[in-house]
Design a protein around this ligand. Structure first.
Ligand SMILES: *Cc1c(COP(=O)(O)O)cnc(C)c1O
Length: 407
């Protein structure tokens, strides 16, 4: 839909949103009317360079032609069926994903948090049924982020944060340990523990990659104690970190992995992949979803994943991520540039407010996001080139300089 076709102005639209919508986001003063590849366009056709990609979703570019074509074709064949009949996109996507990432089985969901719910439920049932009735506890990381539904938010180790605060008791069965601290995780494991669950790179927590020692150490810990290693790759999955899945950067394999964001190319879809052993915990009746595995989302996902792999966008993420991160280190007031591939965080010193940088970049037509008071996060489409990195760098630099002059 376009504003002019609806006979509305931007101000009309903002008024409607203000009156009718429950707003939990600070919005950009921007109507996204169309999008293509590296750009979002407003109602005047003005292009904004997109370095957040709908939060790490539009990895093969916004409105990727192959994804759009797949959706159009599938949507007029069959739009929704529930999971009683077989559908072709679902079966082909299941094979493509499992074969590509070396996992045995898949279960489709609609989003990241739902995928994590499935992962948590599978691990708990595996523990209760294979060991004893209390063996369902999961050790997760402080400052992690796993989503907004009750299981996922309980797994999110941020008790003081808006994610958990004010909602009463969290779901039982979660213990929080220090990220990148193997001893802390070892100490948190008891006879009632069944799994360890982390993000390979903490995204919302401030862009902190797991160290090699930590990740391989957790794998070893799980093997020794008979625990499941659960990886939340909702943000890191599907080529963003320079490998197809982030765990491939560490030469390990999880027992269950969750995925969502980039896999649908903009259509809502999530999934878990599991080893044969863990997957046996789910049997008829034990888990389900109305929309999960929807044929349109699966067709979009199959096209998106095929694009990501055929264009080697993991390779591009590795190359461009290294190029861009190196450049960003030259910004004024930088404390640290962190990340993996094209999941990049820049932490500034106390002279700089991250939201000021976010807004300043927006005014200069570059879209990025801020985390906390001092970190900006960039998760651009993986199709980007050196020219895009150079342009973004210039805009951020100009913004930081103008912010420092203001103080
Ligand atoms: C975004 C995100 C989620 C939640 O995904 P939704 O699709 O928003 O439910 C969970 N885990 C991680 C690591 C994420 O980045």
């Amino acid at each position: 839909m376009r504003l002019k076709d609806c006979g509305l102005t931007k101000e009309d639209l903002k008024e409607i949103v203000g009156k009718y919508m429950i707003e939990t986001y600070e919005r950009f003063d921007f109507v996204a009317e169309t999008a293509k590849d590296m750009y979002l366009y407003d109602e005047n056709g003005e292009g904004y360079l997109d370095f957040y990609a709908g939060i790490a979703v539009n990895s093969a570019g916004s409105c990727n032609e192959k994804v759009v074509a797949a959706v159009k074709e599938q949507i007029s064949d069959v739009m929704h069926t529930f999971n009683y009949p077989y559908t072709i996109p679902q079966a082909l996507l299941a094979k493509k994903i499992c074969d590509t990432i070396g996992m045995d089985k898949i279960f489709f969901q609609n989003s990241g948090t739902e995928a994590n719910e499935a992962m948590i439920k599978m691990a708990r049932k595996y523990g209760v049924e294979n060991f004893h009735p209390n063996k369902y506890n999961i050790v997760t990381a402080k400052m992690g982020f796993h989503g907004r539904t009750f299981g996922s938010m309980s797994a999110t180790g941020q008790p003081q944060n808006a994610c958990q605060k004010g909602f009463g008791d969290m779901a039982p069965g979660f213990v929080y340990a220090e990220y990148n601290n193997l001893e802390s995780f070892q100490a948190a494991v008891t006879g009632d523990t069944i799994a360890v669950m982390i993000e390979p790179v903490q995204g919302e927590g401030g862009v902190f990659p797991a160290t090699y020692e930590f990740m391989t150490g957790l794998r070893k810990l799980c093997d020794e104690k008979g625990l499941l290693l659960l990886l939340d790759e909702v943000q890191t999955g599907w080529c963003r970190t320079g490998e197809v899945m982030a765990y491939m950067n560490y030469g390990i394999k999880p027992d269950i992995v969750s995925m969502a964001k980039a896999m649908g190319g903009g259509m809502p879809i999530g999934a878990i992949c599991a080893s044969e052993k863990a997957a046996r915990a789910f049997s008829p009746g034990s888990h389900g979803t109305t929309y999960g595995g929807n044929p349109v989302s699966c067709a979009a996902s199959l096209a998106q994943i095929t694009e990501l792999l055929e264009k080697d966008l993991a390779g591009n993420a590795k190359r461009m991520g290294a190029y861009f991160a190196e450049k960003l280190k030259a910004l004024p007031h930088v404390r640290e540039v962190r990340g993996q591939g094209l999941l990049i965080g820049v932490e500034f010193d106390e002279k700089i407010e991250a939201v000021d940088i976010k807004h300043g970049c927006f005014d200069r037509k570059l879209i990025i996001t801020a985390i906390g008071s001092s970190i900006i996060r960039m998760v651009p489409p993986l199709i980007l080139t050196e020219e895009h990195c150079d342009r973004a760098y210039e805009i951020i630099k100009e913004t930081v300089e103008s912010c420092q002059n203001r103080k």
